[in-house]
Design a protein around this ligand. Structure first.
Ligand SMILES: C[C@@]1(CC(=O)O)c2cc3[nH]c(cc4nc(cc5[nH]c(cc(n2)[C@H]1CCC(=O)O)[C@@](C)(CC(=O)O)[C@@H]5CCC(=O)O)C(CC(=O)O)=C4CCC(=O)O)c(CCC(=O)O)c3CC(=O)O
Ligand SMILES: NC(=O)C1=CN([C@@H]2O[C@H](COP(=O)(O)OP(=O)(O)OC[C@H]3O[C@@H](n4cnc5c(N)ncnc54)[C@H](O)[C@@H]3O)[C@@H](O)[C@H]2O)C=CC1
Length: 192
């Protein structure tokens, strides 16, 4: 069973091994969170050309030296044996590893998610059905539209104000719980 966690990537070295569709998708995902990384593969699909300057591209066959100093590793080749070697090395060396064709060897997976500013909703199925994760994400996209980015920011501001102005913890908690009953327009009127 996988434990949900949100990671600050800033200081972590990340390496993806593989240059196909799956490696590309994982790569774009890291870039969406403003994190650059290294990709090692003996071949790359053309789409990687657009990422030149944003990521470090190494055209080579996998070697241990490429991941020795990485904390997060994605094994995304189409060679099951190579992915397995990467997975085992990472597990033995305290690294986070996503082996794209072996959930048992992975110690993290990538969920489907929607992001509205700081609102992050992620969906996983423990590898049982990535397609279902993707469909649930699409359903959530309709409920939690773009306006949530502003809504979350205003909630954050109001929360700070309530915390600063209320010393009584139970009253503070009550007010914070009630805050989310206000809609975006009502909040806009309250926040200076
Ligand atoms: C375990 C996991 C490991 C990991 O990669 O992290 C994994 C594993 C595998 N996926 C496979 C196939 C597909 N993956 C997708 C799509 C996504 N896969 C993603 C995550 C995960 N995939 C992790 C579990 C997530 C969970 O728990 O639900 C998403 C959510 C995130 C992302 O990758 O960015 C992204 C949706 C992004 C979005 O839309 O939001 C599609 C759909 C499509 O391409 O249209 C297909 C084809 C249809 C199908 O198989 O359902 C196969 C090959 C099976 C085979 O051999 O054929 C394996 C290997 C295996 O099953 O062993
Ligand atoms: N987790 C997921 O979401 C999904 C996982 N998969 C699995 O992911 C694997 C990869 O899928 P694709 O990207 O579509 O494959 P692909 O065939 O497009 O790309 C594989 C890449 O790995 C590289 N490669 C192979 N051996 C290598 C080595 N020794 N060193 C460095 N690079 C090497 C190749 O040059 C190629 O760029 C598939 O075998 C499949 O089992 C497939 C779909 C989704």
């Amino acid at each position: 069973m996988l434990y949900p966690v949100n990671i600050e990537l800033q200081d972590l070295e990340i390496t993806i091994i593989g240059g196909g569709e799956v490696a590309y998708r994982k790569c774009i995902n890291f870039l969406r969170f403003e994190k650059t990384l290294k990709v090692v593969s003996n071949n790359f699909i053309d789409k990687f050309d657009e990422l030149k300057g944003k990521i470090k591209i190494i055209k080579d066959t996998y070697k241990e030296e490429y991941i020795k100093n990485s904390f997060i590793v994605v094994a995304a080749t189409n060679d099951k044996e190579v992915n397995k070697i990467i997975g085992i090395y990472c597990r033995e060396n305290g690294k986070l590893v996503n082996v794209v064709d072996d959930i048992k060897l992975s110690n993290f997976t990538v969920p489907s998610y929607i992001k509205r500013g700081d609102l992050l909703i992620s969906v996983s199925t423990g590898g049982k059905s990535p397609s279902l994760s993707s469909r649930i994400k699409k359903e959530l996209e309709e409920t939690y539209d773009d306006s949530y980015e502003e809504y979350i920011n205003l909630l954050g501001k109001m929360r700070k104000e309530i915390i600063n102005n209320n010393e009584d913890i139970s009253l503070r908690k009550k007010k914070l719980n009630e805050l989310i009953n206000l809609n975006l327009e009502e909040l806009k009127l309250l926040v200076k």
